[in-house]
Design a protein around this ligand. Structure first.
Ligand code: HEC
Length: 140
């Protein structure tokens, strides 16, 4: 009887350890996975007020209907989507410049996102994408 009980305890402890190990690792790598073509890119305009203003104008024209005026994913068009438009304020300080650039350029029509986030690499120049990235980083 005692032996069975301690076996149960050992199994419970082991599965808790295994679960937390897998869970933690997976979310991070899947969420901010950046393909080689984009990995390591850095925003040349971080903190530049002119770029922030230019980025804000682009944001209002091309992003706000889905991501909302404050970036919280509460735009009228974004709420109806499945998955819904993301809360961009949650990315600030979490995702790297390279991830932001990649997601804005390529959109969401690929694994693991499979979303209606439109690609912008043919409608915005590299400079314009960086301006929007600079602006997004001011959202809190
Ligand atoms: C048609 C609606 C729509 C428009 C317009 C749109 N997005 Fe999105 N966006 C989405 C949806 C839906 C997601 C969530 C699913 C995903 O990650 O692909 C998303 C995800 C993102 C992400 C990744 C967020 C994360 O949590 O990983 C970024 C960054 C982003 N959008 C930025 C932008 C920017 C900047 C613009 C404008 C240049 C824009 N989006 C325009 C719908 C939109």
């Amino acid at each position: 009887m005692k032996k069975t009980l301690s076996m149960v305890v050992v199994i419970l402890v082991l599965s808790a350890v295994l679960l937390s190990a897998c869970g933690g690792g997976d979310t991070n790598s899947a969420e901010y996975n950046v393909p080689a073509d984009y990995a390591g890119k850095t925003d040349p305009y971080t903190g530049n007020a002119d770029a922030e203003a230019a980025g804000m104008a682009i944001y209002e024209a091309k992003c706000q209907s889905c991501h909302g005026a404050s970036g919280m994913g509460d735009g009228p068009a974004g709420q109806a989507l499945n998955p819904p438009a993301s809360d961009l304020t949650k990315l600030v300080g979490q995702a790297g410049d390279d991830y932001l650039y990649y997601r804005i350029a390529e959109g969401g029509a690929m694994d693991p996102y499979n979303s209606s986030m439109p690609p912008h690499k043919s409608v915005l120049s590299e400079d314009e994408i960086w301006q929007v990235v600079t602006y997004i980083k001011t959202l809190k």
